[in-house]
Design a protein. Structure first.
Length: 438
């Protein structure tokens, strides 16, 4: 049977799924399973049809399910790769209910499937093609046991604020989507165990400023983003006042007169930046409401203000040098006032200048050390000195300042030509000039 390009789905790793005993099962939930469950829940007639087919298949494994339409390719892939897991779930959780309305209040078929298993990985890559409804179901963010979440190649332009519910998350891949800075919510900081964040090949021109509030992060991939390097070079050398830009309204929400008390309570909670998902003081109904309106607000990176996107504010560009092993990494913040914007930018600029001075000092030390070693017997040898290794003992941050390669071969007269921004260093194979040796 032909399934087109959509039949190729990445398989996960794992061993054994909680909820039933099945040899060869896994803790990995796949995108094709999500598409099946979402389609069945939204189409009761199709669900009834497939309940009968699966009941027959469960009773007789040799039973032929007939031809599966290409538009339902995810059914064929699910039955091919996760047949036993899928059939066991239907036997124990679906066949006994007349329809999905027999589930608990507000519980979906996807909810029940995720709760029935203890998934630790969600591999949801390439679920949607261009033009599909790529709205992410909120049920996937309520899995408290998930540590690994991959949503690459899905044309996503927004990440729901419910991602803050994933307290155990350690790895998040959002590569090859359409994410902008405003697409990633502040609630990501609630994922306090997150170590790896993949943001390659999106539409970011800087990293979100709130990543500074995530000390657990060890790796952030951000290459291949639209205008990323243009932003880096443009903003790095501008004056402090030019890094603060006034931003007009970016939304169409208009305050009602009067707004509900629930709205003002949600606004206060959003501005406080507390993890309301984990707070016992916030009612469950209010948590859902806050999450549903979170995208309407911009959160100030300095104070505890939250303003509607339809209200003006300020965009602030800062740099961190180094940041997680990379140099000149731009960050974008949002501020509610010019005072808050200045409070964000000036300390960042002072830190940037201080780091540049420290870099120059380390470079001077490195040059003098190279000259000293050259005078005492390095001539004629294959001297391949690594700036990273040379300075690793003297400072804890120097290993992140440069990424030098030992493969480049360049003759340098260190006395005449100071190249403080060279990316590659290797060895010199000709004698230095008289002024350098003297």
């Amino acid at each position: 049977m032909e399934f087109g390009n959509r039949s190729s789905v990445v398989c996960g790793r794992g061993s054994g799924s909680v909820g039933y005993n099945c040899s060869g099962s896994s803790h990995v939930f796949h995108g094709f399973e999500l598409l099946v469950l979402r389609r069945l829940h939204s189409d009761p007639l199709l669900l009834e049809k497939w309940k009968e087919k699966l009941r027959t298949k469960a009773a007789d494994d040799d039973c032929d399910l007939g031809e599966i339409p290409q538009c339902l390719w995810f059914f064929a892939v699910t039955l091919d790769r996760e047949k036993e897991r899928f059939l066991n779930f239907f036997k124990e959780q679906v066949f006994n209910f007349p329809d999905v309305h027999g589930f608990r209040l507000r519980e979906t078929l996807l909810d029940r499937y995720l709760n029935y298993h203890s998934f630790s990985e969600l591999r949801l890559d390439g679920m949607f093609k261009y033009g599909d409804d790529n709205t992410l179901p909120l049920e996937i963010f309520k899995c408290s046991t998930v540590k690994w979440l991959s949503m690459k190649y899905n044309y996503l332009d927004v990440i729901p604020s419910d991602i803050g519910r994933m307290a155990s998350l350690e790895y998040l891949a959002l590569t090859n989507n359409k994410l902008q800075n405003k697409s990633i919510p502040y609630t990501l900081t609630f994922c306090t165990k997150l170590k790896t964040l993949m943001l390659d090949n999106n539409l970011l021109d800087a990293l979100p400023g709130f990543l500074f509030k995530m000390p657990s992060l060890e790796t952030v991939h951000r290459h291949g983003n639209h205008n990323y390097f243009k932003s880096t070079f443009m903003w790095y050398h501008t004056d402090v006042n030019e890094r603060i830009l006034s931003v007009q309204s970016s939304g169409d929400y208009v305050l009602h007169d009067p707004e509900t008390l629930q709205f003002w309570a949600a606004k206060a909670v959003i501005g406080s930046k507390i993890n309301f998902f984990a707070s016992a003081e916030v009612a469950p109904a209010l948590k859902d409401y806050i999450s549903s309106i979170y995208r309407l607000f911009n959160v100030c990176g300095h104070c505890s203000a939250a303003k509607l996107c339809s209200q003006p504010g300020f965009k602030v560009i800062t740099f961190k040098n180094p940041y997680l092993g990379n140099t000149c990494v731009p960050f974008q913040h949002w501020a509610c006032s010019h005072t808050c914007a200045t409070a964000l930018e000036i300390p960042a600029r002072e830190e940037q200048i201080s780091a540049a001075h420290e870099l120059d000092r380390q470079y001077d030390t490195y040059i003098k050390d190279c000259q000293r070693q050259y005078r005492f017997g390095s001539v004629g040898g294959s001297c391949r000195l690594s700036f990273r290794r040379r300075l690793s003992c003297s400072t804890s941050t120097s290993s992140a300042l440069f990424n030098f390669s030992n493969s480049s071969r360049e003759s340098i007269c260190f006395g005449h030509e100071r190249k403080s921004r060279l990316r590659y260093f290797c060895c010199w194979r000709r004698p230095a000039c008289d002024c350098c040796v003297a």
